[in-house]
Design a protein around this ligand. Sequence first.
Ligand SMILES: Cc1cc2nc3c(=O)[nH]c(=O)nc-3n(C[C@H](O)[C@H](O)[C@H](O)COP(=O)(O)OP(=O)(O)OC[C@H]3O[C@@H](n4cnc5c(N)ncnc54)[C@H](O)[C@@H]3O)c2cc1C
Length: 278
Amino acid sequence: MIRSTENHFCARILDRRDISQDLSVFQIDPGGPFTYRAGQYATLGIERNGVRTERPYSIASSPYEDALEVFVELVPNGSLTPNLFQLKPGDSLLCRKIAKGRFTLDLRSDRSNHLLVSTVTGIAPFVSYVRTLYRDWKNGGTPMPGNHKLFCLQGASRPFEFGYREELEGYSAEVPWFKYVSTVSRPWEAPGWQGERGRVDDLLRKYADKWELQAETTTVYLCGHPKMIENSRGTLERAGWKKDAFLEEAYYHAAIKESGGKFETRAAQEKQESLLTP
Ligand SMILES: Cc1cc2nc3c(=O)[nH]c(=O)nc-3n(C[C@H](O)[C@H](O)[C@H](O)COP(=O)(O)OP(=O)(O)OC[C@H]3O[C@@H](n4cnc5c(N)ncnc54)[C@H](O)[C@@H]3O)c2cc1C
């Protein structure tokens, strides 16, 4: 039995869409007034035998939607996700009352292009950006102040892992301010795949050139696998991007297996802990 606390709502699974055995999109009733900005994350948790385990999850839904949507990968030996993947519609979980995170669209700098780069579930905050802007655009509002454009690259090992490919390709075909390209790094496992091949960080230069993105006018958003983030930053810094043009959301930090999952550095551990601080 999950109960709300001073800091948590008792949330409820409304629906889930299983993408594969280890990828699922959860629709959640947060259980109370939960406000957020596109790009922020929710902290979800489960209590078992008196032990509460919580983790941050980027929100894929738009603030315009009633349900909170997250795209989660099962980490087989993880503390939370094996229990989360047992949940079915109607089951309860904890949701911290306050959304957090600064991975929101940079509308303050002079840069009007936004290069969104993700691996698998790292697409979630970008889905939230695009759903939100699409809704504004459909309602006749300008998508953003000024002439902003979004360019999105998503990488996965196999085509079925993208989660939101059809939806994003739909926006890309319809609106003038959004482009989306997906790439698979194991095309030999999907002989029918007609799209891009290779790791997303290997395609960055190609698409930065193709979309005519310049360092001075483009903010880069990197979300998901820590190695992809490191590689992408390196590639783009060598191409002239400055440190203040990057926003990053690393989903985890490399751990030292022999030491029972401890963090590689004190800084990495502190970052993870600070994410869970109310
Ligand atoms: C800001 C933020 C947003 C996030 N958003 C999402 C999201 O939208 N979707 C999502 O699925 N996850 C997201 N994560 C990761 C999520 O918070 C959990 O870390 C992840 O679900 C694993 O939780 P766990 O308790 O099952 O595993 P843990 O017990 O936390 O981890 C066990 C071990 O697996 C490693 N690990 C953790 N995640 C992965 C992974 N994906 N692949 C390989 N190894 C991993 C850890 O470093 C650790 O060594 C986000 C993380 C952050 C910091």
